[in-house]
Design a protein around this ligand. Sequence first.
Ligand SMILES: [Zn+2]
Length: 126
Amino acid sequence: MNFECVKCKEVVELGRLKTTNLKHPDEGELTWYYFECPKCFEQFSAFYKNDEVKALELEADKWEKRKKSPHLKAKAKHELAQVWDRRAVIMARLRAELDGGHVADDGAGAMAEQGTPGVPSEGAAP
Ligand SMILES: [Zn+2]
């Protein structure tokens, strides 16, 4: 993936995501995934995972395997969708919180990226 570094303006190949472990006063232990510019070593945040996200990924793995069983397929699909939704909400919240963006209270973190602070999330479902 080629990318123009906002800091040094070089077009660079970002390569693999790097990870580092962080401790956050509210969120506890986190793994931060980021890219690093190979020229100027500026770090670009990709996403964060906490223990909850990691647990959901393990849960998703389990359902992913059960999906192969014909009589569990429908349930597994349903469960997987829910697990990925929950994971997305948490990851959006972590990102908004740790990368300094706006985050609404309670589960509405997924809305933050759309830049609509102050809009209540209730009833916003499609
Ligand atoms: Zn750079």
